[in-house]
Design a protein around this ligand. Structure first.
Ligand SMILES: Cc1cc2nc3c(=O)[nH]c(=O)nc-3n(C[C@H](O)[C@H](O)[C@H](O)COP(=O)(O)O)c2cc1C
Length: 339
């Protein structure tokens, strides 16, 4: 299977909800929730993509080329590259039912592992949004990151117990999902949480705990106070509030306060290995990619997920080669130019 064949197949399978655009930039689906779009005007999704495109890469071909190593260590494990699938839930609702929570996770979790990477999985109002993916997490020996929502403490404790039973290598919480219209419509209580509450949750998790949905240096400092292992700089792909800045534009300020105190993940509009390179240059430790993984799973199942992940790794490697970077540590801010 080639990537082009994957896209052709996905286009048939995902119509009409996702158009499988040549550039997954949030334009065609703006405002479509349920659907794959950004909330309201859709500008936050679109800006994620556009601001990344406005960062350019500085070439350097005068060096002794001894190859490029894209590997990274996170959660005490080694991965082929700092690339993860972002958590996506509500497959039947947001897309067209071609995939559901179970079939998506069955393609996604092992498909990422086959390429030496790993997936984050999602959660939602129906319980199976968490439990179906957890079956794949367990089958993968825990090599994935379930992402739970900021439920009331009793529900959260019960969901954390399920995550532990699946043996997950880490657990995340999308703290920003307090702004999700679909959860509000389902009458499920999710809300912001205090540093004290989150500290208790981080301790209860008994594994690396990641806070997803951090968009300011102040938020990052609070996440550190909670005892988080890492943060995901994320605006939920533009789905929780309209008119945020792009994730890539807030990254340098966040990095300047976080330094190396916690791991920095980022998502929002990342589509290629060159995009991953830009985030690493501006301070991220790893990148999550969302919507394109649904396309990959729809167009090629587990094999499609592996193919897409390998494509990203190969592009990252190619970008490192053209910029004189032998390892991820060499990807420094001077390797990019912000226009
Ligand atoms: C249909 C859909 C469902 C999502 N479900 C979840 C979820 O359950 N949990 C979560 O933390 N983020 C969820 N997200 C947000 C993604 O994890 C991620 O932050 C975002 O999609 C990244 O942007 P990208 O799709 O442009 O790569 C969802 C996004 C979409 C488009």
């Amino acid at each position: 299977m080639t990537y082009e064949e994957l896209l052709t197949r996905a286009k048939k399978g995902m119509a009409p909800n996702c158009r499988v655009c040549r550039q997954c930039d949030g334009m065609a689906c703006r405002g479509e929730i349920p659907g794959a779009g950004g909330k309201g005007t859709g500008e936050a999704f679109i800006r994620n993509f556009r601001q990344l495109a406005s960062i350019k890469i500085n070439m350097d071909l005068i060096y002794e080329d001894q190859g490029q190593d894209t590997s990274v260590e996170l959660f005490g494990r080694k991965f082929a590259a700092p690339v993860f699938a972002a958590p996506i839930s509500g497959l039947s609702l947001n897309y067209n039912g071609y995939l559901n929570e179970r079939t998506y996770a069955e393609a996604l979790v092992p498909g990422c592992l086959d390429a030496g990477c790993a997936a984050f999985t999602g959660d939602g109002a129906p319980d199976n949004f968490l439990t179906d993916p957890l079956k794949s997490v367990k089958a993968a020996g825990g090599a994935a990151v379930p992402t739970v929502k900021p439920w009331d403490s009793e529900t959260l404790r019960a969901k954390m117990d399920l995550v532990k039973q699946a043996g997950a290598m880490a657990v995340a919480m999308d703290i920003d999902s307090a702004g999700l219209p679909l959860l509000a419509a389902a009458g499920k209580p999710v809300r912001a949480k205090s540093v004290a509450e989150l500290s208790r949750i981080a301790a209860y998790a008994e594994r690396p705990f990641i806070l997803k949905g951090i968009m300011t240096p102040v938020g990052a400092v609070k996440a550190i106070e909670c005892g988080a292992y890492g943060i995901v700089v994320s605006n939920h792909g533009g789905r929780v509030i309209d008119q945020t800045p792009a994730t890539i534009e807030v990254l340098p300020d966040i990095k300047s306060v976080v330094r190396d105190k916690v791991k920095i993940f980022i998502d929002g509009g990342f589509r290629t290995g060159a995009d991953v390179f830009k985030a690493l240059a501006l301070g991220a430790d790893a990148v999550l990619i969302g919507r394109p993984y649904v396309v990959a799973a729809c167009g090629g199942g587990r094999e499609g997920v592996t193919l897409y992940t390998r494509k990203i790794i190969s592009e990252l490697k190619g970008t490192m080669k053209m910029t004189g970077c032998a390892s991820l540590d060499d990807i420094t801010p001077d390797k990019v130019r912000i226009l």
